[in-house]
Design a binder for this molecule. Structure first.
Ligand code: SF4
Length: 240
């Protein structure tokens, strides 16, 4: 199947089955979305949503958070992954917003990357969700699902995945495509046990087609690929 045809089929299926995908992070302002996205690195949205209501209430503005102590903030976020580093990032992010951006979350990649705790993925989420830009944040789900389906050609880095997806997905739905791939990776095409039986993308999925042709599941085919080849026996030493 040509890559273009694969993209068309996948997009058609998502458009029909999930026309309005949304982020699963809860937030009530752009500033709070930024905090939630920083907190969600290496952590589930579910866990982040459990702790953010109290955090948002305590710190409604960057000005309020910029003055907080690490002990105070840590108390709110201690159950997410990497709480120490994230505590420092949240406070510093608020300080930078106040000092450099007049207390507003900026709207360009260049400016967003100046905020502590904000990398390319977080900046892309902000651009896509808040400003509806054709940005493609590549997290572990987007990376894995794109490779499995064959939307990318065995991309080795998130940036390579981002570039390929942005090249083939029509500009006006790049943001949507991000949500589709994240949600699909979270609930169907999971890392350890992709649920191919109930997946609507089978006919377009490279990993599924290739594994089926060998009589294997995607899971089994991936395990086999990861298994190191047996070591060759050393040739017996020549007798003198
Ligand atoms: S067919 Fe299987 S491997 Fe392919 S996208 Fe669906 S769940 Fe993932």
């Amino acid at each position: 199947m040509e890559i273009k045809e694969r993209y068309e089929g996948v997009i058609r299926w998502f458009q029909a089955n999930d026309p309005e995908p949304r982020t699963e992070l809860s937030y009530d302002s752009t500033f709070h979305l930024l905090l939630a996205v920083i907190l969600s690195a290496q952590c589930t949205d579910k866990r982040v949503n459990m702790i953010t209501p109290a955090l948002f209430e305590a710190y409604p503005t960057p000005q309020a958070l910029a003055k907080a102590t690490e002990e105070e903030v840590y108390g709110y976020i201690k159950s997410v992954s990497y709480p120490n580093a994230k505590t420092r990032h949240l406070i510093k992010a608020a300080q930078v917003l106040v000092e450099k951006f007049g207390g507003e979350v900026p709207s360009t990649m260049e400016e967003l990357l100046q905020i502590p705790g904000v990398g390319r993925k977080t900046a892309n989420v902000m651009l896509a969700v808040v400003w509806d830009e054709s940005a493609m944040p590549v997290d572990t789900h987007v990376f894995r699902v794109s490779n499995r389906i064959g939307l990318t050609r065995a991309s080795r880095t998130p940036l390579a995945t981002e570039r390929t997806l942005v090249k083939y997905v029509p500009e006006e739905i790049v943001g949507k495509a991000h949500h589709w791939l994240v949600l699909h990776g979270r609930y169907v095409c999971t890392a350890r046990k992709p649920d191919c039986a109930s997946c609507g993308l089978k006919e377009f999925c490279k990993a599924y087609q290739s594994a089926s042709a060998k009589g294997l599941s995607v899971e089994a085919a991936e395990k086999k690929k990861r298994k190191p080849a047996p070591k060759k026996k050393a040739a017996p030493a020549k007798e003198k």
